[in-house]
Write a protein that binds this ligand. Structure first.
Ligand code: COA
Length: 149
């Protein structure tokens, strides 16, 4: 167990978050991706950090015009996985979505990422669409959705 707490993302987190994302996700992202998310949807960006304030994981979500939320980035530092940090980050995002009275939360995940798919299923996400060739390397994805109301 790694002591940690959830807080809103700060611009000063950028370098540490970028390191977590590049170590965790196959797609390429610009280092300023967090600025863009924070400027557009400040209510949707959360970080898990240790008690020195060092980020251990992040979750970034966008607000959609039809009343949904889309999770854009979700990763926990490789050495910190499997300790409940991802669960806390996702729970915080779902709580925020309910506070905003959003209709649903959706996300995309690699088809072969069975652990992540099982993780989302435990929260009630269901697979809604296959996403053939969705990723830049040609890999297939799956869209998952959780209806909140
Ligand atoms: C998916 C992820 C954010 C979950 O965060 P976490 O802190 O490991 O999650 P928790 O500790 O709360 O829960 C553990 C569960 O997460 C899931 N999981 C997915 N990938 C995992 C990994 N590499 N290591 C550990 N758990 C993982 C499993 O369902 C696991 O449960 P299990 O041990 O029964 O298999 C994190 O594992 C991660 O960053 N993975 C790599 C990047 C990724 O796949 N992001 C999601 C893209 S849609």
């Amino acid at each position: 167990m790694i002591p940690n707490y959830i807080r809103e993302m700060r611009l000063s987190d950028r370098d540490e978050l970028y390191a977590i994302v590049t170590a965790s996700l196959d797609e390429e992202y610009l280092p300023d991706v967090f600025y863009a998310f924070s400027e557009s949807w400040p209510e949707g960006q959360f970080v898990s950090c240790d008690f020195s304030g060092r980020p251990l994981g992040l979750i970034c979500s966008a607000r959609l015009a039809d009343g949904g939320i889309r999770i854009m980035l979700f990763a926990v530092s490789p050495g910190c996985r499997g300790c409940g940090i991802g669960t806390k980050l996702l729970e915080r995002t779902l709580m925020q979505a309910r506070m905003e009275m959003r209709r649903y939360v959706t996300l995309e995940v690699r088809k072969e990422n069975m652990r992540a798919r099982a993780f989302y299923s435990r929260f009630g996400f269901r697979e809604s669409d296959p996403l053939d060739g969705y990723y830049n390397d040609g890999g297939d994805g799956v869209r998952m959705i959780l209806f909140l109301s």
